[in-house]
Design a protein around this ligand. Structure first.
Ligand code: FUB
Length: 324
């Protein structure tokens, strides 16, 4: 009996050692041999919009959920990830779904969250349920991780408000920029780049919708500011590269500065955000490089962004190694 017990004890000890060894080996494989980019590897994430709030970066993304092999956007919800070092990312529960806009039909496309007046405002494009075409809604939350609630109860922008093109999907991809004087601007569009002032309440336009003339503008505008220069980066042509323009005023004139990023591997769209965090500048974008990849199964990546002495931006070098 005693020798049987000893044998069983040794067997269990050996098995648990082997299992522990395997678990450690698997963890090592995960963390040490997979490349940094794409940063989220267990689901498809698209259209990253980054927000720096206090000592944390939040990235809000769309969620590509097209069944394997299907070439169409299936996007019902947005996702939120946060990091204090840009390297380790934590996922939060989905902070918003198209259903949170009662007037929306579907299509959780590319939006942006900004912090203002102690609240977080999310400008998000969706397909409108009753007004033909895309539309932009505004949601609000007390916390960067949500949950977010419809701030108006109707769309802020609908397709009938923009007539510069006859396409029905020109009211997408909003970005919001709050200037040093407190004036906020909403910039958005597809094939036409629209912009309008926002009232301080952030949920009403404050003036006419105007057009920014940019060469080969497709979509995905993003505004950032550095050393007195305004930078307007955007998706250029199709398949999309990222191009940018610079200006000394948010109202232009904008001077086209060329291609910032080439077509991102295996994705016909290329949607960027640009932020500074703890002294470094980052270019956050998506490609189609994960398993079952492609234009409808996209993944968020991060690489460094560097400036030249004259304030222009060096072309982005997309890497799988990512940032350190
Ligand atoms: O994700 C849907 C659409 O694809 C976005 O609104 C565009 O920017 C493009 O990435």
């Amino acid at each position: 009996m005693q020798s049987q017990h000893l044998y069983l004890f040794c067997l269990v000890a050996l098995l648990s050692l082997t299992t522990t060894g395997q678990a450690q080996k698997t963890d090592l494989l995960k963390t040490d041999t997979l490349p940094f980019n794409p940063i989220i590897k267990d689901k498809y994430t698209a259209d990253p919009a980054a927000l720096v709030y206090r000592d944390t970066v939040y990235i809000y993304t769309g969620h590509d959920e097209a069944p394997k092999g299907q070439s169409r956007y299936v996007m019902h919800e947005w996702l939120c990830f946060s990091s204090v070092d840009m390297i380790h990312w934590k996922e939060h529960p989905s902070p918003m779904n198209v259903k949170d806009f009662s007037w929306a039909k579907d299509d959780a496309w590319a939006g942006q969250v900004i912090h203002r007046n102690g609240k977080f405002y999310w400008y998000a494009p969706v397909t409108h349920a009753t007004i033909p075409g895309k539309a932009i809604g505004v949601a609000v939350s007390d916390k960067p991780t949500g949950p977010f609630k419809d701030a108006i109860g109707k769309a802020l922008i609908t397709n009938d408000m923009t007539t510069a093109t006859s396409i029905s999907w020109d009211d997408i991809d909003p970005t919001v920029f709050v200037d040093n004087d407190g004036q906020a601007y909403l910039i958005w569009g597809n094939t036409k780049c629209y912009y309008a002032k926002l009232k301080p309440n952030m949920i009403e336009l404050d003036g006419p919708i105007q057009i920014i003339d940019l060469p080969n503008f497709t979509e995905a505008p993003w505004i950032h500011k550095r050393n007195g220069w305004y930078y307007l980066s955007y998706a250029f042509q199709f398949p999309e590269k990222t191009a940018y323009a610079m200006s000394k005023s948010i109202n232009g004139p904008w001077q086209y500065k060329g291609i910032l990023n080439e077509i991102a591997g295996n994705s016909n769209t290329n949607h960027q955000s640009i932020i500074q965090f703890k002294g470094n500048w980052y270019f956050i974008y998506h490609n189609g490089a994960l398993a079952d990849p492609g234009s409808f199964h996209r993944s968020v990546c991060i690489d460094y962004l560097y400036y030249n002495k004259d304030g222009t931006i060096k072309p982005i070098i997309m890497t799988s190694k990512g940032i350190k």
